[in-house]
Write a protein that binds this ligand. Structure first.
Ligand code: NDP
Ligand code: HSE
Length: 436
């Protein structure tokens, strides 16, 4: 067989160790696909004394990541340290030296990808990032290549494994938020700073990338309306269940007549829908193309080996294309760079959606009437309502699901409801998606 593709791996955490395990464990199959062996020759990590769950024999292990990015004996750099800096500088250095890049770093791509892709184009190298969205699900390749004949109208997905794991543990096991998050961290699902997961930032990074490759628009992270799962309480999970819904964290990108919607949000979904059944660390993306119709993808969204599966697929692409003229590369963001078009992104106040509202109210006569009257006066229909019987002087709980309503109209009604004297502090409000 021909000479191996020599990989310099920067980062030896959850994903980096997975990459070494998968490349070694499936070496023969991978070489048969790539046409040459793919071998990790260099690794950089911070703490060289730390025990790793992979074999490192025959690999040069250093703490200086720049050494790996620059070494002439490295053909391709895999960046799996995460974060913006020094990941960005390392990638740009490696590109400048003519090395292709494989990265799982959605934060960097969503926030500064335009610069990195431009540098790679100029130097004639690839930047591949299948692992950046939905872990092991090959969604980037599917949208960029398999669905290239479609105008993609919308996509929605469970795209953060940590959020989904936490919500599943809370729903199925009654676990509290903090315990479930600690477990997700122990399992290697969470970002180095888990606020990125639970506050919706990680999902928004992924949504930014998905929207760019689905709609042919520039990366527009600063235009995503970001919401996480920190507002979800055990009572919401119970109320949603009683109403026939599940609570999930979704990323949604949708074309409308007025512009593109880009939002991440805690969402109630009817419990018989596909996305409602995606549990634990699993991710799922459902999208609609005008030729293919609805199509769904499902699989592990985080964790070492599933994410390494995506990294290694990118390495196989790099191996197959090394030496090829860059005009033969698939465009990194699916559309030819000079055909990427700005699209207006709708402010969140202008979207339309059904809404869930849970209120704690004093147990006095006329409460329900006052709330429903405000909704009726605002021309908001109630689709479902649940009142939990108060026990021994407790407050009553009311949960409501509305029909689809303009966001601003619902917000105005909510302001009035909040001001009612018997409504207690701390209501919950999430959007509802039916996926009919
Ligand atoms: P980890 O925190 O587990 O690992 C990060 C690794 O990078 C560690 O080995 C660390 O070294 C090393 N590192 C950090 N900074 C430097 C530096 N300056 N020089 C050399 N090495 C450095 O992260 P993950 O593996 O979980 O994630 C890596 C990337 O993959 C992130 O971008 C993340 O968003 C993405 N990702 C993660 C997934 C997952 O399931 N975990 C799934 C999909 C994408 P040391 O070990 O010595 O501290
Ligand atoms: N922290 C991310 C998640 C890792 O939980 O989905 C996978 O991108």
């Amino acid at each position: 067989m021909t000479t191996p593709l020599r990989v310099g791996l920067i980062g030896l955490g959850t994903v980096g160790q997975g990459v070494i395990r998968v490349l070694r464990g499936n070496a023969d199959e991978i070489a048969r696909r790539a046409g040459r062996p793919i071998v990790v020759t260099h690794v950089a990590a911070r703490d060289l004394g730390r025990k790793r769950d992979c074999k490192l024999d025959g690999i040069t292990v250093v703490s200086d990541a720049q050494f790996v990015a620059r070494d002439a004996d490295v053909d391709v750099v895999v960046e799996v340290i995460g974060g913006i800096s020094p990941a960005r500088e390392l990638i740009l250095q490696a590109i400048a030296r003519g090395k292709s890049i494989v990265t799982a770093n959605k934060a960097l791509l969503a926030e500064d990808g335009n610069r990195i892709f431009a540098a790679a184009r100029e130097r004639g190298v690839m930047v591949a990032f299948e692992a950046a969205v939905a872990g092991g699900i090959p969604i980037i390749k599917a949208i960029r290549e398999g669905l290239a004949g479609n105008r993609i109208e919308e996509l929605a997905g469970v795209i953060n494994g940590t959020c989904n794991y936490i919500l599943t543990q809370m729903t199925e096991r009654g676990q509290d938020f903090a315990t479930a998050l600690a477990e997700a961290q122990r399992l290697g699902y969470a970002e180095a700073d888990p606020r990125f997961d639970v506050e919706g930032v990680d999902a928004s990074h992924k949504l930014t990338i998905l929207a760019a490759i689905a709609f042919g628009m520039p990366l527009a992270f600063d235009q995503v309306a970001i919401e996480g799962i920190t507002g979800v309480q055990a009572q919401d999970i119970q109320a949603a269940r009683s109403l026939g819904y599940r609570i999930k964290h979704l990323g949604i990108a949708k074309r409308t007549g007025k512009g593109v919607e880009l939002r991440t949000q805690t969402t109630l979904i009817p419990d018989d829908r596909l996305l409602a059944k995606v549990d634990g660390v699993l991710n799922s993306i459902v999208l609609k193309g005008n030729a293919v119709g609805r199509i769904g993808f499902y699989g592990r969204g985080a964790g070492g080996d599933p994410t390494a599966s995506a990294v290694v697929a990118d390495l196989v692409d790099v191996a197959r294309l090394s030496g090829a003229d860059r005009r033969h590369f698939v465009p990194a963001l699916a559309f030819q760079p000079d055909s990427v078009r700005e699209l207006p992104v709708l402010p969140i106040g202008e979207i339309e959606s059904a809404q869930y509202l849970r209120l704690r109210v004093a147990d006095t006569p006329g409460v329900l009437k006052a709330i429903t009257s405000i909704l009726a006066e605002s021309d908001i229909s109630i689709e479902a309502i649940l009142q939990k019987e108060p026990r021994g002087g407790e407050d009553a709980t009311i949960a409501i699901i509305t029909s689809v309503v303009p966001e601003q109209r619902f917000n105005a009604a909510l302001d009035k409801i909040r001001r009612l004297p018997f409504v207690r502090e701390g209501l919950s409000r999430f959007r509802v998606e039916h996926f009919d």
